[in-house]
Write a protein that binds this ligand. Structure first.
Ligand code: DC
Length: 230
């Protein structure tokens, strides 16, 4: 019992980094190893972007996008163990959210400060016992600044574009490596250059460059870091 009777807060590990850094796969595996919940915050930005595209909203209309975010907060489901898909209005939109068009739109809506503010409460709601692994761009810097461990995964842009290329081809989508490299660089520039919560490592983040590491090696480094603080 704490002297002031405040319950100890639920532990969070944050995993930030650019697209293709492997943060989604690694966070999910880390959450599995720890028996914790996992939040893929990018899917929330993708959901909002997808819904905005469906409604033909102007992707710079901050007020309309924020109003849409308020409405959507009741109409989506993130994956659970029983139902491993993302749903919007009861429909499985998992594949639709992974397209490059949706990723590009997500990066645009994510640059708007009021949109980011509207999504803060959605994200914090996933902090549930026994713990949360949250991945995104600003998990350690803005959303969960009191995280017990802050990780920042990264890799060279060409390596990240190639990973994305393989993912898309494996899912049966068409892809062109040269344009993927350009898209990765453009999205990096937008995510890192925006004023609202730019992509950057938290001051205390452990930075893991996994350009030349396999998934198992990256996971081991991350697990070692987690066990050192838990
Ligand atoms: O991680 P992802 O590729 O699914 O994210 C899609 C876009 O959402 C990405 O370009 C930046 C944005 N995003 C963000 O700004 N902040 C987050 N915490 C997560 C994603």
């Amino acid at each position: 019992m704490h002297a002031d009777s405040t319950p100890p807060s639920i532990a969070v590990i944050t995993v930030d980094g650019p697209s293709g850094s492997g943060k989604g796969t690694i966070s999910q595996a880390l959450a599995g190893e720890l028996g914790w919940h996992h939040l893929d915050s990018g899917s929330l930005y993708r959901l909002l972007a997808y819904a905005a595209l469906q409604e033909s909203l102007d992707l710079t209309d901050e007020a309309a996008l924020t109003a849409l975010a308020e409405r959507l907060s009741h109409d989506y489901r993130l994956p659970t163990q029983d139902n491993p898909v993302i749903e919007l209005y009861g429909k499985d939109v998992s594949d639709a959210l992974r397209t490059e068009g949706c990723a590009d739109a997500a990066s645009r809506v994510a640059a708007l400060p009021a949109v980011r503010a509207a999504l803060l409460a959605w994200q914090r709601h996933y902090r549930q016992s026994p713990g949360l692994v949250a991945d995104g761009r600003d998990m350690g810097t803005v959303v969960f600044p009191d995280a017990v461990l802050k990780l920042y995964l990264t890799a060279r842009p060409d390596v990240r574009a190639e990973r994305r290329y393989k993912q898309l081809i494996n899912k049966g989508f068409q892809a062109d490596l040269a344009s993927l490299i350009k898209e990765v660089e453009a999205r990096d520039a937008r995510d890192s250059g925006r004023k609202a919560s730019p992509l950057k490592p938290a001051a205390t983040a452990l930075v893991v460059d996994n350009s030349d590491l396999g998934e198992a090696e990256t996971l081991q480094q991350v697990l070692d870091a987690a066990h050192a603080v838990l």
